[in-house]
Ligand binder design. Structure first.
Ligand code: RFL
Ligand code: PHB
Length: 399
């Protein structure tokens, strides 16, 4: 359903900018609470579904998707994982998530599938979404009646509302809108990227394997018993076009060592791309009537599998705050959203940074820093409490 071109001034309680997983999930929770929200997305649905990203869902993320009623396929097709392996210079250490956390696990289910489930649900609800919206802009956020403008099929629309939520990712317009309004940013970029390959071949192991090797990091992951997702650390300025499938499989096999390499089934890549690694946080997350959520507000390097999960916890906090605002006429929740979300965000930033630092090859590292990396792994090998801290963070800190 699109806002009618004849009624460009249509009004909603909430306008959500961005129809990725954050925007769609928030839209679903608001719909469930009877709050009228429009999603304005710059791209087409196929483009949004074509981005291959996250694969690991925390239990808390599954719970929020359940609350949204978008968990049916996730329950039948998601793969519960009780642990994962760390393989450092050929030595393997299993992190037994379940026993180290008193029974908590994660679920392997692709972000693409989460997004598809939420899109299908939104369509069934008949809730309003505008795809391929150009020139999206946000105004009057310091008043009780902000607005969002965009161009759709050559027609300019102006939608007024009570609340605007920026779910438009790292490169979106929302954070830019408040760049000169006291927004503070904290950033670390890493001098390498991840080259990812998706292939319809069975995974080499029933659990994820995170590999630290002198040639660089590698990750063996999956989407299903028939679809694998692999990554190798690569040069930041490299181009996926430089990597034939054969070159990728050869490099992966060298890094994972002979035992795992023997189990790698190769096949043509369905997707191959390079992602940069970055840690980034913007503060605060509220500017008048505009709220920042998910990748619009923060980025983590993918090593800890936290990005999507963090976006979902933001949505959970903001969803309940907006229910209080609209249904109970209380501003307490929206007043606390920024501090509440940032408290969890910084802990996930710390974990993602520490996993990245532990497992990657840093060309600039001095011999002292290399010894620190080794000592960190040795501590994990010898100390159950150290493994418990890693497991507690990996399964997700409480919402
Ligand atoms: P998204 O997914 O970037 O969606 C933002 C949406 O906003 C749209 N948009 C606009 N719309 C309107 N107007 C504008 N001006 C707009 N500008 C942009 C975009 O088209 C898009 O549809 O952000 P969102 O919803 O906050 O979701 C965040 C997650 O996508 C992200 O954190 C995760 O993918 C990160 N991530 C992982 N997270 C995990 O929790 N577990 C993982 O295992 C995991 N693995 C990964 C990852 C990210 C990766 N890459 C490629 C960065 C693995 C990789 C390789
Ligand atoms: C993935 O399957 O895409 C994936 C899994 C774990 C990570 C990052 C990415 O830490």
């Amino acid at each position: 359903m699109n806002p009618s071109p004849e009624k460009p001034s249509h009004r909603y309680q909430v306008v959500i900018v961005g129809g990725g997983p954050s925007g769609l999930l928030l839209g679903s929770l608001l719909h469930g609470a009877g709050i009228d929200a429009l999603i304005v997305e710059a791209r087409s649905p196929d483009y949004v579904l074509g981005r291959i990203r996250a694969g690991v869902l925390e239990q808390g993320t599954v719970d929020v998707l359940t609350q949204a009623g978008a968990d049916a396929r996730l329950r039948s097709e998601g793969l519960p994982h009780d642990g994962f392996a760390l393989c450092v210079d050929g030595e393997v250490l299993r992190i037994d998530l379940k026993s180290l956390t008193g029974g908590k696990t994660v679920t392997v289910y692709g972000q693409t599938e989460v997004t598809r489930d939420l899109m299908d649900q939104r369509r069934r609800f008949g809730a309003a979404s505008v795809y391929e919206a150009a020139d999206v802009a946000i105004g009057d956020i310091d008043t009780p009646h902000p607005f969002v403008t965009f161009v759709k099929d050559g027609v300019t629309h102006r939608v007024s509302c009570d609340i605007v939520v920026g779910c438009d990712g790292f490169h979106g317009v929302s954070r830019r809108t408040v760049a000169d309004k006291g927004l503070e940013t904290f950033e670390r970029t890493y001098p390498f990227g991840w080259l990812g390959v998706l292939a319809d071949v069975p995974p080499c192991s029933h659990e994820l394997i995170y590999v630290a090797h002198e040639r660089g990091f590698a990750l063996c992951s999956m989407r299903s018993p028939h679809r694998s997702r692999y990554y190798v650390q690569c040069d930041l300025n490299d181009d996926a076009k430089n990597w034939s499938d054969d070159r990728f499989w050869d490099e992966l096999r060298r890094r994972v060592g002979p035992a795992v390499a023997d189990n790698i089934v190769t096949g043509p890549s369905l997707e191959k791309s390079i992602a940069p690694l970055r840690s980034f946080v913007a503060e605060p997350l509220r500017f008048g009537r505009l709220f920042l959520v998910g990748d619009a507000a923060h980025i983590v390097p993918p090593t800890g599998a936290k990005g999507l999960n963090l976006a979902v916890s933001d949505v959970h906090y903001l969803g309940s705050a907006l229910r209080e605002f609209f249904l109970e006429r209380s501003s307490a929740g929206i007043d606390h959203y920024s501090a509440r979300a940032l408290n969890r965000i910084w802990k996930a930033e710390r974990f993602s940074w520490s996993m990245t630092t532990l497992l990657h090859r840093f060309d600039s590292y001095t011999p002292f820093e290399q010894r620190m990396q080794r000592a960190e792994f040795a501590l994990l090998q010898s100390s159950q409490p150290a493994r418990a801290v890693m497991a507690e963070n990996y399964v997700g800190l409480p919402l």
